[in-house]
Design a binder for this molecule. Structure first.
Ligand SMILES: [Zn+2]
Length: 251
């Protein structure tokens, strides 16, 4: 089972890379055949085996012999390992499936937002539907519906931050993708933990923003990866936060 889940992760990781790098360019990702980025030669199934094809082809395209970016290998490996770790931590459970959804979001958003400064709508919609289904199956329909309510609330919080940013800094503080992502964070974590994730994300983004402003002299920073990272951290440590809430509300 563990091996199967690892392999599934590497296959999905390969697909996530395609989504995150081709969708922003309006390329069809479901119907078009996989091809080499350099020579556009169509790839055969045995050129597309996650991890192994890259290793056996020594990181080069089998047709034009130009180098294939290491990001392919890294994305497949990280997704596979993350899936495996979630299985070893939680077994087949609510936490496992929700963890898979969060890890998938983290990987897609990391790549698309750092590369193109965009958070794609379609993965957000697909994973919102999947998290709703997981909540209905493992928890209760009421909990899933409450999640949607929390999603709307956090969407409004993000909208408020964006509007305040516009008034105070006279410029766009958040992208539309970040605000929509706020809905998903609320749906998955519910309101209190979702709010903590948003606060945590600002702390995570701060060192990078300062560094990119003063070192690379770039004043536009992708915020999605930090939101996604905070979502993952709060999800993995949620029991600690919930215990803290209970403690605080008792005193
Ligand atoms: Zn090629």
């Amino acid at each position: 089972m563990a091996i199967f889940i690892f392999i599934l992760g590497t296959i999905l990781g390969s697909f996530y890379l395609v989504i995150a790098t081709r969708l922003p360019l309006n390329e069809d990702v479901l119907l078009s055949r996989s091809h080499c980025d350099k020579c556009l030669h169509q790839l055969k199934w045995y050129n597309l085996i996650p991890l192994l094809s890259y290793l056996f082809q020594l990181g080069k395209c089998p047709y034009c012999h130009k180098e294939i970016s290491l990001i392919h290998f890294i994305t497949e490996l990280i997704t596979g390992l993350s899936f495996l770790v979630l299985y070893l931590l939680y077994g087949i459970s609510y936490e496992f499936f929700m963890g898979l959804i969060i890890v998938s979001l983290v990987i897609i958003i990391f790549i698309s937002d750092f590369k193109y400064m965009v958070i794609l709508d379609s993965p957000l919609i697909v994973f919102a539907i999947l998290s709703f289904i997981v909540k209905v199956v493992y928890l209760k329909i009421e909990t899933a519906l409450y999640g949607i309510l929390c999603g709307v609330a956090l969407f409004c919080v993000m909208l408020l931050i964006e509007q305040l940013g516009k008034i105070i800094f006279k410029r766009e503080a958040l992208g539309g993708g970040d605000i929509k992502f706020g809905f998903l964070i609320g749906l998955i974590l519910e309101f209190r933990l979702g709010l903590i994730a948003i606060i945590l994300s600002t702390f995570l983004a701060l060192p990078y923003s300062v560094a990119s402003l003063y070192i690379i002299k770039k004043d536009e920073v992708p915020y999605g990866p930090f939101l996604a990272g905070a979502l993952l951290i709060v999800f993995l440590t949620s029991s600690k936060f919930l215990a803290l809430f209970n403690f605080l509300f008792r005193i």
